[in-house]
Design a binder for this molecule. Structure first.
Ligand SMILES: Nc1nc2c(ncn2[C@@H]2O[C@H](COP(=O)(O)OP(=O)(O)O)[C@@H](O)[C@H]2O)c(=O)[nH]1
Ligand SMILES: Nc1ncnc2c1ncn2[C@@H]1O[C@H](COP(=O)(O)OP(=O)(O)O)[C@@H](O)[C@H]1O
Length: 214
């Protein structure tokens, strides 16, 4: 809901975060979700291995290639892509349920997923690209995270340029220098997008009553 005592319903939005691996999108997504009860994370299916500390059904649905293929062929994904040699897909059911409630869905997906969602749900999609301050800092963060073996870190750094080359397809870009600052910037984008006139439902009738038009 929006505003103080004035309760205006709204259309839920599809809030997409993309970035090269290590730039900070997962951390920022978690911070956004912690403090916002009108937003739900879209949990993707993936064939990549679970990292230490990751939980099935929370961070991802970790599935076999066979299961992923079955889900894809049965149309269970809103979008899917092969990223860094593994499959990732967005299950359709949760997204549709959350949007129907007028709540927002947060997506941590790559540029391929963002393109596909844009095609199917354009005006409900808001896309934010997170850039690292530099390649050196990106590599430092990937290593500091210590969730990937050396060969994976190298592969993800090699792919970073290709990922970042899609920055101009996004509505907003945040250079993630400082986490606290980036979190506030991201939240300000979200709040502004929620207040867009075309996302608020029933305003015409409310204003009409307020200004006493016959
Ligand atoms: N298209 C698409 N990309 C996804 C999905 N889930 C995760 N990704 C992307 O896949 C890439 C790898 O994700 P992950 O293995 O968690 O590594 P991370 O980027 O280091 O967090 C990232 O760019 C994610 O945004 C999905 O459902 N669809
Ligand atoms: N602004 C920042 N300054 C320093 N470290 C950061 C910043 N943003 C993220 N990190 C750290 O960088 C690592 C990668 O962040 P993560 O959210 O996993 O990136 P991604 O999901 O984009 O791969 C994590 O250890 C995270 O705590």
């Amino acid at each position: 809901m929006i505003g103080g005592d004035l309760k205006v319903a709204r259309r839920g939005l599809m809030f997409i975060l993309s970035s090269p691996s290590g730039a900070g999108k997962t951390t920022l997504a978690e911070r956004l979700l912690e403090k916002d009860d009108e937003m739900v994370l879209s949990v993707s299916a993936t064939t990549r291995q679970r990292r230490p500390g990751e939980a099935h059904g929370k961070d991802y649905y970790f599935v076999s290639e066979e299961e992923f293929t079955r889900m894809r062929d049965e149309g269970e994904f809103l979008e899917w892509a092969n990223v860094f040699g593994h499959y990732y897909g967005t299950p359709r059911s949760l997204v549709e349920d959350v949007l129907r409630q007028g709540k927002d869905v947060l997506f941590d997906i790559d540029w391929q997923g963002a393109q596909q969602l844009d095609e199917v749900a354009g005006e409900d999609v808001v896309k934010v690209f997170i850039l690292p301050p530099s390649r050196e800092e990106l590599e430092r963060r990937l290593r500091q995270r210590a969730q990937d073996p050396e060969d994976v870190v190298q592969r993800r750094m090699a792919k970073a340029d290709a990922e970042m080359s899609h920055w101009a397809e996004y509505d907003y870009v945040i250079v993630n220098y400082d986490l606290d600052e980036s979190e506030e910037l991201l939240r300000s984008i979200l709040f502004a997008e929620r207040l867009k006139r075309r996302r608020q439902i029933g305003l015409a009738a409310i204003v009409k009553e307020m200004i006493g038009e016959g």
